[in-house]
Design a protein around this ligand. Structure first.
Ligand code: 5GP
Ligand code: ZN
Length: 114
């Protein structure tokens, strides 16, 4: 299948995995929109949130909990979790993924120290 995230998951395209288990991988976004920008990508190829079936409830919950654990490990006090859905929703890659965005607090702290 001609899907860039499937190729990353299958290691056909080299990428640094921040985390991996049986259901998800986590990688840094190649074009970060925040000081910290990770993608939690489901291993199963599902196009988007709008393509989910009831049987997917557990794995989608797993994606959110993975993001929560990574945010805790990074010491983020606040962050954004974003699913872009469809072209009108800003989705470019048609393989379900969750954006974890944060790190602004650290930048503010840095400014205060200068
Ligand atoms: P979307 O707009 O589909 O929700 O987000 C797709 C995201 O994937 C974008 O933020 C984009 O920067 C990121 N991305 C696209 N291609 C690659 C890639 O080859 N490697 C990584 N790490 N991120 C990618
Ligand atoms: Zn895919």
């Amino acid at each position: 299948m001609d899907c860039i995230f499937c190729k990353i998951i299958n290691k056909e395209i080299p990428s640094d995995f921040i985390y991996e288990d049986g259901d998800v991988i986590v990688i840094k976004d190649i074009h970060p929109l925040a000081p910290i920008h990770y993608l939690i990508i489901l291993k199963e190829h599902i196009q988007s949130i709008s393509h989910l079936e009831n049987s997917h409830q557990e794995v989608v919950s797993k994606m959110i909990f993975t993001a929560k654990k990574i945010a805790e490990k990074l010491g983020l006090k606040g962050y954004k979790l974003v699913f872009n859905v469809g072209r009108e929703g800003g989705q470019v890659i048609d393989h379900l993924h969750l954006h974890l965005l944060g790190g602004w607090g650290k930048i503010e702290n840095l400014k205060l120290k200068i």
